[in-house]
Design a protein around this ligand. Structure first.
Ligand SMILES: N[C@@H](CCC(=O)N[C@@H](CS)C(=O)NCC(=O)O)C(=O)O
Length: 263
């Protein structure tokens, strides 16, 4: 049995839940949600499972494993009955190249956009002391330093323009690829699709979807994945307790974001 440490709206957790549901695996849920700035939510010894203190992490066969993209490959190896990796080496390399982009800027960019548009308001509500404690416990120092700038400067953050550019080129590249093929790697639904689809929902949650309304292939791909029962179970049913705030602050930020997107 797999134990997954996660919370509802975490994109990194969503991709792991999506693979678990696609494979029909049995799992136990443990919620670890520090994302509103409350480090007391971290279980004692959690860093043994994930040295960065983030979700997701799993316990399986007495071992702790973290990093969502590694977890996708781990689960595909550990439960190979239905594999979500293409059969040939070239397509597997393509799959890994798409997934690599997550660690190579995309996930950090998603965090920057989220903190600049919404999370900063959630943190400011918590008060200075709580957020200082939250930052002092953060083991990823780049994340901590980026957060400090993004909380202080919001839509004026110097990190925001490049974060938006990262998503603009990711979505354009995905749309181009999907014009030639229904899926990101090879000719079937793979770990690459599972890994990246969560960012469509995340960016949409900030009311930004009009910015890529002309990316028909990307939007069609997203709709096809969103219609899968596993996506419903893994993403829709878990929901997002901050959805109302994302909608409110996303609407308020749209003009500024659109300007940066088109710059
Ligand atoms: N590289 C990590 C990133 C994990 C990560 O950023 N987790 C976020 C949620 S998506 C988290 O734990 N947030 C808690 C917090 O912000 O306090 C992975 O892919 O697993």
């Amino acid at each position: 049995m797999i134990t997954l440490y996660h919370y509802d709206r975490s994109t990194a957790a969503q991709r792991v839940r999506l693979l678990i549901e696609e494979k029909g695996l049995e799992w136990k849920s443990v919620i670890v949600d520090t994302a509103r700035g409350d480090v007391d939510q971290l279980p004692e010894n959690y860093h043994e499972l994930n040295p960065k203190g983030l979700v997701p992490a799993i316990e399986h066969n007495g071992r702790g494993i973290s990093e969502s993209t590694i977890l996708l490959e781990y689960l595909d190896d550990a439960f190979p009955e239905t594999s979500f990796r293409p059969a040939n080496a070239e397509d597997r390399a393509d799959m890994r190249r798409w997934i690599y982009r997550i660690g190579d800027g995309v996930h950090v960019a998603s965090r920057t956009i989220g903190v600049c548009i919404v999370n900063r308001f959630i943190y400011l509500e918590q008060g200075k002391k709580k957020i200082e404690a939250y930052h002092s416990e953060m083991r990823d120092l780049v994340r901590r330093d980026n957060d400090k700038v993004n909380i202080a400067m919001g839509l004026e953050s110097p990190l925001l323009p490049d974060a938006l550019k990262t998503f603009k080129s990711l979505f354009a590249d995905m749309n181009d690829r999907l014009a030639d093929s229904g899926w990101l790697a090879g000719d079937s639904y793979s770990l690459a699709d599972i890994a990246l689809v969560v960012y469509l929902r995340r960016m949409e949650s900030f009311m930004m979807a009009p910015l890529w309304a002309d990316h028909g292939h990307l939007n069609d791909w997203y709709a096809r994945i969103a219609a899968r029962p596993a996506y419903h179970k893994a993403v829709v049913e878990w929901g997002d307790i901050t959805e109302a705030k994302r909608t409110e602050h996303g609407r308020g930020a749209f003009d500024a974001i659109e300007k940066l997107w088109n710059a």
